[in-house]
Design a protein around this ligand. Sequence first.
Ligand SMILES: [Zn+2]
Ligand SMILES: [Zn+2]
Length: 285
Amino acid sequence: MDRRIGVHVSIAGGIDRGIERAIELGCSTVQMFSHNPRGWGLGSRKQEEIVRFKALKKTYDIFPVFIHTSYLINLATSSHELLRKSVAMVIEELNIADQIDAEYVILHTGSASGDDPRSARGRAIGTLKRIADAGRWKAGLLLENTAGERGDVTSRIHDLAEIMEQVPQGLIAGICLDTCHAFAAGYDISTGKGIDALAREISGKCGRDALRLVHLNDAKKPLGSGVDRHEHIGEGMIGKKSFRLFVKHAFFSRIPLVLETPKITVDDDRRNLSTVRKLTGKGGF
Ligand SMILES: [Zn+2]
Ligand SMILES: [Zn+2]
């Protein structure tokens, strides 16, 4: 089967418009927010939007569909109020995913914000256990590696593995690897050796089938910067040659790719998608 390639799309005008945008770009997978990611409001989805979304997904075989959770969520926080709101929101994101037949929900686990990262990670694990106890969902949660900014508790692969191990099975389906975040956190994927090492680390610590999605983003800042700034594919510090090695590497070559590259107009998406299709060995549009 062909490699699944997609972009993060806007849902302005409705979630059905989101999947329609992906179809217009020739994508076979897609990621979107289910509501404004910088607010606690969940918005509302009309029944007709949901019906149209599911019909488009089926007709055009858009798979998997990824919901990216709100940036406000922090499962590692020591604030009771923030924790309560975060738990409620993760549960709602999972409910929405099931409503629209989305396969996965992507989560940045949280940040210690001044606290000891180890105990903050422990708190995140406890919180995820509570969520696992609160229900059963068809959609699986994917933990995303983060860029290693201050207070970050999930920038290393073994951090993600530790969380996956300790949360009862059924809630967490695996991980999402963001190439920009990995590079910012010090994983040198600009070389074949570095790509190999990362593949081995993921497979060894999280399991061979744990990786379900790659966020393919170039990085504006150098290796180990700890700064989360995405760049167009091939125009950043990782570079085109390295991305070609990465997408063709045996371990990564079957994993869906979703771009979260800078976007001013839809032409930016067209250009990055065309670059990635060429890198993966498929014709550009
Ligand atoms: Zn990402
Ligand atoms: Zn990022």
